[in-house]
Design a protein around this ligand. Structure first.
Ligand SMILES: *[C@@H]1O[C@H](CO)[C@@H](O)[C@H](O)[C@H]1NC(C)=O
Ligand SMILES: *[C@@H]1O[C@H](CO)[C@@H](O)[C@H](O)[C@H]1NC(C)=O
Ligand SMILES: *[C@@H]1O[C@H](CO)[C@@H](O)[C@H](O)[C@H]1NC(C)=O
Ligand SMILES: *[C@@H]1O[C@H](CO)[C@@H](O)[C@H](O)[C@H]1NC(C)=O
Ligand SMILES: *[C@@H]1O[C@H](CO)[C@@H](O)[C@H](O)[C@H]1NC(C)=O
Ligand SMILES: *[C@@H]1O[C@H](CO)[C@@H](O)[C@H](O)[C@H]1NC(C)=O
Ligand SMILES: *[C@@H]1O[C@H](CO)[C@@H](O)[C@H](O)[C@H]1NC(C)=O
Length: 297
C-alpha cells in the first residue's frame, strides 16, 4: 500500500511539474520552534482524499491526510505529531522543529479524477536567548583604550547577526564571526568578537534579533580614574604625615619626659615613669605635668 501511495505522489508531482504557472500563489506560514502550527487547505468538505506532502530533493514525502476509501499509512515521525481534521481540511503539526521548515503541498481530491494542489511554505523561527556581552579593556597611560568585545546568544533560528548599539563602525577592527549551528536542533549560536578603540566613556550593548544584552561602560576614562587616585593619594599622604608627626612628637615627649628609662610594658610602665618624673628636677617635667595634675598624683 505504501509504495502505491508513494508512486501516486511521484506521478502527481511529475504531472504538476509538467504544467508550471498554474497561477496559485505560495502561501507562507510561520511556526515557532517547539510549538504547533495548523496548515489549512482550501476547499470544501466532503472531499474524496486529502494528501499533505512535503517537497524533498528526492520528491514529495507524504506527511498525513485521509482517503474516504481506505486508511493511509503515516510515517512514525509524523504519526504522533500531526492530526488531520476532515471537516476543515486542515492538519495540525505539533512540536515543530527546524527540519519541518520547507515547502508543502495540499493535494485536494474533490473526486478521484479531479484534484487541486496548493503550495504552502512553512518558515520556522526560534527566539534567541538574551545575549551576553563581555568587554576586556587595556587602558594605557596615554592615548586611546583598546577593548576586546564579544557578544553571543544561543538557541535561535534562522541565523542572525550581532548589532552593537553606540559603537562607531570606524573604530572597530578584527571582526570575527564565531557562529555555529547545532547539528541536532539546527538552532544557531551567534557569536561575534571584535576590537574597539575609544578615548571617552561609551555605553555599549548588543542585540541579536529581538533580544538585547545588558549595558556595559567601556573606556571609562583615565581622567576620572587619575583624579580619583590623586585624591586618594593626597588624603593618604596627609594621613601618613599626620601619623608620623604624632608618633615623632609622642616619642619626643616620652623621651624628654622619661629620660634614659626604657618604658616597661603593662600598667607599671605608666606609673614608673610618672614616679620617675617626681624624682627629676622640676624644670624637666613642669611643662608636661601641670601643677594640679602633680598635686593629685
Ligand atoms: C512567500 O514568500 C516568498 C519568499 O519568501 C515570497 O516570494 C512570496 O511572495 C510570499 N508569498 C506570499 C503570499 O506572501
Ligand atoms: C507514538 O506514540 C505511541 C503511543 O503513545 C508510542 O508507542 C510510540 O513510540 C510513539 N512514536 C513515536 C515515533 O514517538
Ligand atoms: C475540525 O474543525 C472544525 C471546524 O474548525 C471544528 O469544529 C471541529 O471540532 C474539528 N474537529 C476536530 C476533531 O478537531
Ligand atoms: C519535541 O521534539 C524534540 C526533537 O525535535 C524532542 O527532543 C522532544 O522530546 C519533543 N518534545 C515533545 C514534548 O514531544
Ligand atoms: C567615528 O570615529 C571617527 C574616528 O575617530 C570620527 O571621525 C567620527 O566622527 C566618529 N563617528 C561618530 C558617529 O561618532
Ligand atoms: C560576519 O557576518 C556578518 C553577517 O553575515 C557580515 O556582515 C560580516 O562581514 C562578517 N564578518 C566577518 C569578519 O566575516
Ligand atoms: C552610561 O550609562 C550611565 C549609567 O547608566 C550614565 O550615567 C552615563 O551618563 C552613560 N554615559 C554615556 C556616555 O552615555
Amino acid at each position: 500500500m505504501r509504495s502505491s501511495v508513494c508512486s501516486l505522489f511521484i506521478s502527481i508531482s511529475v504531472l504538476l511539474a509538467a504544467r508550471p504557472g498554474d497561477g496559485i500563489a505560495v502561501r507562507n506560514i510561520t511556526a515557532v520552534l517547539g510549538q504547533s502550527v495548523t496548515l489549512r487547505c482550501p476547499g470544501h468538505s466532503p472531499v474524496q482524499r486529502l494528501y499533505i506532502q512535503k517537497n524533498a530533493v528526492a520528491g514529495p514525502d507524504f506527511i498525513n491526510g485521509f482517503d474516504t476509501a481506505r486508511e493511509l499509512d503515516v510515517d512514525s515521525q509524523y504519526k504522533n505529531r500531526t492530526t488531520v481534521n476532515r471537516t476543515d481540511l486542515s492538519m495540525e503539526m505539533r512540536n515543530i522543529s527546524v527540519s519541518d521548515e520547507g515547502s508543502y503541498n495540499c493535494v485536494v481530491f474533490e473526486t478521484l479524477v479531479k484534484h487541486k494542489q496548493f503550495p504552502v511554505y512553512l518558515t520556522v523561527t526560534a527566539e534567541y536567548n538574551i545575549p551576553n556581552v563581555t568587554a576586556v579593556c587595556s587602558e594605557p597611560a596615554s592615548g586611546e583604550a583598546s577593548c576586546q568585545l564579544s557578544c553571543w546568544a544561543a538557541g535561535g533560528y534562522p541565523r542572525s547577526v550581532v548589532r552593537w548599539a553606540e559603537l562607531n563602525l570606524s573604530l572597530m577592527s578584527d571582526n570575527h564571526n564565531n557562529s555555529f549551528q547545532d547539528q541536532n536542533s539546527k538552532t544557531w549560536t551567534i557569536n561575534q568578537s571584535l576590537s574597539y578603540h575609544c578615548n571617552q566613556p561609551t555605553n555599549i550593548s548588543c542585540s541579536i534579533e529581538g533580544a538585547t544584552s545588558e549595558t556595559v561602560t567601556i573606556c571609562k576614562g583615565r581622567a576620572d580614574d587619575e583624579k580619583i587616585s590623586l585624591d586618594a593619594a593626597v588624603i593618604s599622604a596627609i594621613a601618613v604625615l599626620l601619623l608620623i608627626i604624632f608618633i615623632v612628637s609622642s616619642v619626643y615627649v616620652i623621651r624628654k619626659c622619661c629620660g634614659r628609662r626604657r618604658p616597661i610594658p603593662g600598667d607599671a610602665a605608666l606609673e614608673v615613669p610618672l614616679a620617675d618624673c617626681h624624682s627629676q628636677p622640676q624644670g624637666r617635667c613642669l611643662q608636661q605635668h601641670p601643677p594640679d595634675l602633680k598635686g593629685s598624683s
